[in-house]
Design a protein around this ligand. Structure first.
Ligand code: PTJ
Length: 278
């Protein structure tokens, strides 16, 4: 018996011991025309949904993606100047770091594994897979997927350490990677872990389209930009700063995260009011 919890029908009511949940909506693939004004967004949604089927993205990762889309919409779906400044500062921190680490979860893997691999190579940072919804099977799947996409060996399968201050499974990390890192890049991270990393003395770089999130507020550098734009931009800045430590230090010294976040929030408010003024 197949039970659909979203659209229950008398025929598919759960029966004790015999009911199997097979997913809410097994729809056929849609065709999206290239001239559709929201082509990119629609294709990305389809990809994310397919990645849920593959076990790479958690089902709730789709909700997180939708939240990100909403903020991106409000920012005009472009890299705003405050994000560009944060991307430069992020690259500077990574280039100046002694032990940088880049963490990857299911959403990041699905959206930008190759781009993260390129950044990891440029700044010499290991990638560590860290999952919010963790099972051994999903960890293996995401690690294998990122390794295939990047050609790099990743950390995460053998989590032998914990981050202080988190009670759940989400405290798990590796002693070689995250625990020993001085600088961590955490794309699309949850607030508890971001705060725990900051408390542990890590210099935290977040990529998060929500300028109000606890992650955005906990980070030393917060990149309020869509992941697939942010990562290549950080890589481009990192290539520039390699071999130019003074320039990287200058960029970092003149960066003000609180001011950047304030300016982004103001930009969102202005954007919301603009159509009303016309
Ligand atoms: O794969 P798992 O199990 O590790 O789970 C990953 C998710 C993302 C589900 C998990 O970490 C989570 O629940 O995250 P949060 O707390 O919802 O935070 C995700 C943040 O990323 C939100 O503030 C979103 O606005 C933001 N976000 C979502 N998509 C993007 C994004 N920021 C930048 N680019 C995006 N594409």
């Amino acid at each position: 018996m197949i039970f659909n919890p979203i659209i229950p029908s008398p025929k598919s009511a759960p029966v004790a011991g015999r009911t199997l949940y097979v997913g809410a909506c097994p729809l056929p693939p849609v065709k999206i025309s290239k001239d559709h004004p929201r082509y990119r967004s629609l294709v990305t949604r389809e990809r994310m949904a397919a990645m849920v089927e593959e076990g790479i993205v958690a089902p709730t990762g789709l909700i997180a993606h939708g939240r990100g889309e909403a903020f991106d919409y409000l920012l005009g779906e472009r890299t705003v100047p405050e994000a560009e400044a944060a991307e430069a500062a992020a690259a500077a921190l990574l280039v100046l770091a002694e032990r940088p680490v880049i963490t990857v979860n299911g959403n990041t893997a699905a959206l930008a594994a190759k781009e993260v691999g390129e950044l990891a190579r440029v700044v010499g940072a290991p990638i560590e897979v860290n999952l919010f919804h963790r099972t051994d099977q999903r960890m293996e799947r995401v690690c294998a997927f990122v390794e295939k996409e990047t050609g790099l060996k990743v950390l995460g399968r053998d989590q032998d350490a914990t981050l202080a201050g988190i009670a759940s499974d989400r405290a798990r990390c590796t002693s070689q990677g995250l625990l020993a890192a001085d600088v961590v890049l955490i794309p699309l991270e949850d607030g508890d872990r971001a705060e725990a990393m900051a408390r542990a003395g890590k210099r935290v770089i977040a990529i998060d389209l929500n300028p109000l999130s606890r992650t955005a507020l906990a980070a030393e550098v917060t990149v309020v930009d869509e992941l697939t734009r942010a990562v290549p931009n950080i890589t481009a800045w990192a290539k520039r700063f390699r071999g130019r430590p003074e320039e990287a230090q200058g960029t970092l010294a003149s960066f003000d995260n609180a001011e950047g976040l304030r300016a982004v929030r103001e930009r969102i408010c202005r954007g919301l009011e603009a159509p009303l003024r016309q």
